[in-house]
Design a protein around this ligand. Sequence first.
Ligand code: ZN
Length: 389
Amino acid sequence: MVKAYKIPIESPRDLIEAYFEVKKKALREILNHVTYSRTGKTHLNFRADKRRELRNKLLKDWRYSKHYIDSAINSVIGLVKGWIKLYNRGKAKSSPEITKKTVYIKNTLFSYKNGVLKISIEPRRRYLEVDLRRYDYLPKDFDSIGGLILTESELVITFKKLVKEVKPKKWASFDVNLTNITTLINEKIVRYDLRQLYHIHRVYEIKGRKIQQLAGHKPKTAKKLMKKYSRRERSRARDFMHKLTTEITRELSELESGAILENLKNIKSRVLRKSRNPNRKLSKWNARMFQSMLEYKLKWLGLPVKYVNPKNSSKTCPLCSGRMAAYGGRLMKCLKCGLVLDRDIVAVLNLQMWGSGVTPKALIEASASMMGKRLIDQNPQISMKVYQL
Ligand SMILES: [Zn+2]
């Protein structure tokens, strides 16, 4: 498993600029070795001797560690190859360009000891030291550090870990809605409040509308503002989801529980994009973010994640498999046995049964004696816990 984290950093500007220039030079050279065949296909013909030649040329007046030149050449070759693939499929718009000022740092260019990363800038003279212990959100349980990426203001670190798969003792199921996430964890229904997240999105929606009014006479400013605010919205939403998924992961890891999630791929993204209802879009967006974060965090610990087709998950009776119909508000009633339940709870019960192949016995037995009543109010087994972050 690999995990990437960003930390803010004061980058050595001179190296960033020098590397940027060297990449541009390398690109100009390497593009001379792209050939076009009669059929209109392109191909890169850049042999080892040519590469050595380029390397030597770029190393002249280069005062930084030599490995940076190799990494620059590799990254440009990767860029050109990617472009060729697109070109041959008729999808490349213009020729490739170096636009980003990022430096890839191979693992031969740094050492890691007692929590401190020491990155070589100039051989045996100049180093960039980063004390990772200062960032408490970074993982501590990793085996090694892979490559690093340095930008003008950030350092991206990839952590590697060999993960052994855990055989789960139980399964938890999750149903993500607009204002809550309903879960069945350890035979208990727990509901996580998403209203705070919904509020974040609403605030930015209103801001967006105000900016739109500005777009008429100040289009450039409006565009800039829009970009800034949508970035801020995404980052606040991400922070919220990180906290939530970290908490859930901690709980599942204590229980040695796997997770059952709805397979959202069954909902066509094209349909979703065209959906007029912004709340529906938002809800799916939240669900995707929640799922990918939770999956990542669980897999890092070796806990499995299963995806289940959610079709009819809130319309099938978890007791008798009969059809359920809307019964006012968020409630559903079984047309066959009369069970009345909150639709999100119906969904997590079904997801858990379908995903694990095991019926949550205690719950179903409890439900059987409660037929026709509002289960969640009267049954301590399924008492709702509401978490707020
Ligand atoms: Zn039923």
